[in-house]
Write a protein of this length. Structure first.
Length: 213
């Protein structure tokens, strides 16, 4: 049985090797990495297709949409949107209260909805008596709350990534989030793919160049 004193006597390289061995025991199924790699490829293809379709659709809308439009479901659209926003806030509060990792996703969703709310409020009220109130609401309430939610999600994601990296024996400064690879992106390295190395970037136990997000 290895105790804490034994671990402290080990060199960083020995602790890193032990952490990798423990990870291999915890994640013995190589097919998991294969499935994740396929998921990444599918996500990439869907994103490319979606971007191409949206670019075309935006052009079409810009050329064909009228400046004004009367709708019969205005109340339902906004009440429904606010109900979704209410659910997002409630889910975020529950996740914080229970200390669940899903709070990161809840914060991102809530922040995104708040940005959408601010955008549509301001744009749809343009040239109306309620424009300045909508603009003030967006600048004072919705956008600051969205910024707090996104910043909180980023901070929690960074903390989670740091815990995983330290458990793998990484001793350098934390890299930028955009420089970290997905966990489990290859078949035999479920956790230490957090840092990319094919392009000469940092790997576990080395310095990522000292750039901190």
């Amino acid at each position: 049985m290895i105790n804490e004193a034994d671990l402290r006597e080990m060199s960083p390289g020995e602790r890193r090797k032990l952490a990798h061995s423990l990870t291999a025991v915890d994640y013995p199924h190589p097919m998991l990495g294969i499935y994740l790699a396929r998921g990444r490829l599918l996500g990439l293809l869907v994103s490319i297709v979606a971007c191409a379709v949206l670019i075309g659709w935006i052009i079409v809308l810009g050329l064909t949409l009228h400046r004004g439009f009367h709708t019969h479901h205005w109340k339902g659209a906004w009440v429904g949107f606010d109900l979704i926003l209410l659910f997002a806030f409630a889910a975020t509060g529950w996740a914080f209260w229970r200390g669940r990792q899903i709070v990161i996703a809840c914060l991102v969703v809530t922040g995104t909805l708040l940005c959408c709310d601010a955008w549509f409020d301001v744009v749809l009220d343009a040239r109306t008596p309620g424009f300045w109130l909508s603009l003030l609401s967006a600048l004072v309430v919705e956008l600051p709350l969205a910024a707090l939610a996104i910043a909180g999600a980023r901070r929690l994601l960074r903390m989670t990534s740091e815990v995983l990296m330290r458990s793998q024996g990484y001793t350098g400064a934390m890299p930028r989030l955009r420089g970290m690879r997905l966990v489990g992106t290859s078949a035999d390295r479920p956790l230490h793919d957090l840092l990319a190395d094919p392009d000469g970037e940092a790997t576990a136990g080395s310095s990522p160049g000292g750039r901190i997000a």
